[in-house]
Design a protein around this ligand. Structure first.
Ligand code: ATP
Length: 253
């Protein structure tokens, strides 16, 4: 069943640059869909359009069959609760003045009135923080630290814990491991896969790293210069029918 449907989406900037050009795809419920492409191909622009941070020029985006362009006020607030994002740079995503425990409860407090959690439960702030830290395999002793007092891998686990804390339907992972060393990258990808299964999440996993996408995703989209040029099931990655550009990406992976 379709969770997110993007139809003929075009987004250009004032400079005239067409960053996303007539892009169409569907993400199914429970799926991890990979989106790969080199730097500048339009991946982050697409993510910002999905979050309604950037207005689109034409086309449509449907979430649970509802067009998101027409959402405003309360409906937009509700939509944002269902879709969370994890960015490349966790330090930039965390408020430097907040202790980890305060950052962790922030999304919950923002959406508390509308939330009906099924996996986590908020009985007290301390208990909620403990559940979240456990879910992302961090020691509870980190709760009282500030973001700059923990490692990059730990910071990214905190941003993941924030994203899952309100049990969204979809998480956009925008190069979530790009700033991490290889060991932490692997651990975070494994964690994300486990969380998807436990919490019944769906992911749009954006990356320039075909190896990471191949590890995580059931289906893969390939973008080049704003266009979608290839789309296939993971098992067909090495199929001879792949687009020449996909083969080029394979050769460097
Ligand atoms: N605010 C903006 N104004 C004008 N052009 C922009 C803006 N943001 C992005 N672009 C341009 O749009 C194109 C797509 O950029 P985008 O950041 O979406 O690519 P990307 O695939 O996410 O790249 P990266 O992997 O480096 O993050 C690029 O040519 C970029 O220079």
């Amino acid at each position: 069943m379709s969770l997110l449907t993007v139809k003929e989406l075009t987004k250009s900037y004032q400079s005239g640059k067409v960053a996303v050009d007539y892009l169409s795809f569907t993400l199914n419920k429970g799926e991890c869909l990979g989106l790969v492409g080199e730097s500048g191909c339009g991946k982050s622009t697409l993510a910002r359009c999905l979050l309604r941070i950037e207005p689109i020029n034409s086309g449509s985006i449907y979430f649970n069959n509802e067009p998101i362009e027409s959402l405003n006020g309360r409906q937009l607030y509700s939509y944002r609760k269902k879709l969370q994002i994890v960015f490349q740079n966790p330090l930039a995503a965390l408020n430097p003045k907040l202790k980890i425990k305060d950052s962790l409860v922030d999304p919950y407090l923002e959406y508390a009135k509308e939330l009906n959690l099924s996996y986590f439960s908020f009985t007290s702030k301390a208990a909620f923080v403990k559940q979240l830290l456990e879910a992302v395999e961090l020691p509870s002793s980190l709760a009282d630290r500030y973001p700059h007092e923990i490692s990059g891998g730990q910071q990214q686990r905190v941003t993941i814990a924030r994203a899952i804390s309100i049990e969204p339907e979809l998480i956009v992972l925008d190069e979530p491991t790009a700033s991490l060393d290889v060991i932490s990258q692997r651990a975070v990808l494994t964690l994300l896969t486990e969380l998807r299964e436990t919490l019944n999440l769906s992911y749009l996993f954006i990356s320039h790293d075909l190896a990471a996408v191949n590890q995580m995703c059931q289906r893969i989209l390939v973008m080049k210069e704003g266009h979608l040029i290839d789309e296939f099931n993971r098992r067909d990655l090495f199929d001879n029918e792949r687009h020449a550009y996909t083969k080029e990406l394979i050769s460097i992976y």
